[in-house]
Design a protein around this ligand. Sequence first.
Ligand code: CMP
Length: 139
Amino acid sequence: AIERTFSIIKPDATRRNLTGAINAKIEGAGLRIVGQKRVKWAKADAEAFYAVHKERPFFNDLVAFMISGPVVVQVLEGENAVARYREVMGATNPANAAAGTIRKEFAESIEANSVHGSDSPENAKIEIAQVFKPDEIVG
Ligand code: CMP
């Protein structure tokens, strides 16, 4: 079915001017960018977004990283968009990511891994609603 997923192009990627290269991979995979904005998150934004990881040992570093520069937040639409984008991103740890994936080609480390994508359709809805107003998404 046609569905939507939430994506973040992370600070390691915006810093290296990789937004276009990442968007080319997204669009090349048949996903449509139906919402997109470049923003600088405050600490509270990053903490709220990653609240599910609050108890993890990497949480504080992750929050610091996510506010270290601009991010590009996106809504992607397409056939099985959640699973499709996870294929395009590759494994969380770039060392384990398959050839041709965004993280294999661009990620610097398991933390500075260039992109985030929702892990389920349910979480995609929650994440999109956290970051986008309805009229900022144009399908
Ligand atoms: P993301 O898909 O955005 O979800 C949580 C993020 O935490 C992850 O990508 C990485 O940027 C970061 N992270 C840092 N260390 C780890 C780890 N050991 N396991 C999973 N995620 C990690």
